[in-house]
Design a protein around this ligand. Structure first.
Ligand code: S3P
Length: 432
């Protein structure tokens, strides 16, 4: 894949599309398959490098993982069980994938040996103290670099005991890490949240026989050591990937698209609420399997305020929502979103600099952004900052720019390989 993509505007998006399988679910399917006693089969998975890293790491830990990609869709057969697992002969390498590192740390904390997990330059700058603190409290030894415990991470596990843990940051990754460690701990492990985050770990654990209880308000989850059953799973479409096409259709004149079979469960569909507040023409058609088809059509948008408890449920969608905000009538504020600064890049800073390169003067704030509305994109060169979601958000700005605005040239386009290798083909399919 070329490391540069040029996207010109002036073409509506039309047609139906399936986006890659949900990345969060794909990681967890591999991890739970590796812990379940027997052979699990997973289809419809995300085919990017991030999920492939989790697959390779689990293979190195002794699970039988056969992960294949056909027509850009991943499928895995995973033969697991704690008795199969053993220490990895080499450090685990998870490249850009924060989810792999954190969730694997949770599993490794419950295994009685030492595992080292390393990542690329971007991941090596990201904080792992958020998982090190609870895992240490459970009895594991977790070491990394500096005060924020940056990678490489060394986890010496075994002999864990349950804890009652209040999440200091809203994070489904941290919740998942503690719950996965709790599966191999003595006694109860309880995670308490103050805002809703993605529920994949607890939902999937319950489906495979895990001893897990979730409170009625979904804010408290309790898990006990359990024997997991092997399973079959067809992964639903990733709402965070669907968001790029939904937003692109909402802001590109003449567009009308349907994104099929998208997961719309807890803390994943918040971007649709924001778009509706902005006046967008989005319709959600639920299907019997719990997924939904999302139809999005072009129409005028107005600015809105995004903040508070809803942010945890749309943090990955802020880059593309900021693109929509630039074209809306009136300003849009993104607040309470300081987590943006510790993603694959500092997304608040990256959005401010790259939207400025397209003629949009964004105000950067410690906890977010203010995007002035009623602007038009001008063509220009932008950088992905090695962040797949920045790259794809900039492609959406290109699609939504006027025919005569000049192309948007995205440098570092190959960052999309982590999550959405087929984005360019899907773009060609919708913008014919
Ligand atoms: C993820 C949770 C989110 C999200 C990330 C994947 C997960 O991170 O940004 O892309 O799979 O649990 P946080 O939970 O750290 O906010």
């Amino acid at each position: 894949m070329s490391s540069t993509l040029e996207v010109a505007g002036g073409r509506p998006l039309r047609g139906r599309l399936r986006v890659p399988g949900d990345k969060s679910i794909s990681h967890r399917a591999l991890l739970l398959g590796a812990l379940a006693e027997g052979t699990s089969h997973v289809t419809g998975m995300a085919a990017g490098d991030d999920v492939a890293r989790t697959a390779a790491a689990l293979q190195a830990l002794g699970a039988g993982v056969d992960f294949d990609v056909v027509d850009r869709v991943g499928a895995a057969t995973v033969s697991g069980g704690r008795r199969r697992l053993h220490a990895s002969a080499t450090p685990l390498e998870v490249a850009n994938s924060g989810t792999s590192m954190r969730l694997l740390a949770g599993v490794c904390a419950s295994l009685p040996w030492t595992t080292t997990i390393g990542g690329d330059e971007s991941l090596s700058g990201r904080p792992m103290d958020r998982v090190a603190v609870p895992l240490r409290r459970m009895g594991a030894a977790v070491d990394g670099v500096g005060d924020t415990v940056r990678p490489p991470l060394t986890v010496r596990g075994g002999d864990l005991h349950g804890i009652d843990y209040v999440l200091p940051v809203p994070s489904a990754q941290v919740k998942g890490t503690v719950l996965l460690a709790g599966l191999g701990a003595e006694g109860d492990t309880v995670v308490r949240e103050s805002v809703l985050t993605r529920a994949h770990t607890e939902e999937m654990l319950a489906a495979v026989g895990g001893d897990v209880e979730v409170s009625a308000d979904h804010l408290t989850t309790r898990v006990r050591a359990s024997k997991l059953e092997p399973f079959r799973l067809d992964v639903a479409g990733d709402p965070s990937q669907a968001a790029f096409w939904v937003v692109a259709a909402c802001i590109t004149p003449g567009s009308d698209v349907v994104i099929e079979r998208v997961y719309v469960g807890q803390a994943r569909a918040g971007f649709l609420d924001v778009l509706r507040r902005m006046g967008a023409l989005v319709d959600v058609e639920p299907a019997a399997d719990g997924t939904a088809d999302i139809r999005a059509r072009y129409g005028p948008l107005r600015g809105t305020a995004v903040g508070g408890a809803e942010v945890a449920g749309l943090i990955d969608e802020i880059p593309v929502l900021a693109v929509a905000a630039a074209l809306a009538e009136g300003p849009t504020t993104f607040a309470d979103a300081s987590e943006l600064r510790v993603k694959e890049t500092d997304r608040a800073a990256a959005l401010a600099s790259e939207l400025a390169a397209l003629g949009i003067p964004v105000e950067e704030r410690p906890d977010g952004l203010v995007v002035p509305g009623a602007m038009r994109f001008r063509g220009g060169a932008v950088r992905s900052h090695g962040d797949h979601r920045m790259a794809m958000a900039m492609a959406v700005a290109g699609m939504a720019s006027d025919e005569n605005a000049g192309v948007v040239r995205i440098e570092g386009w190959d960052s999309v390989l982590t999550s959405y290798p087929g984005f360019e083909e899907d773009l060609q399919q919708l913008c014919r």
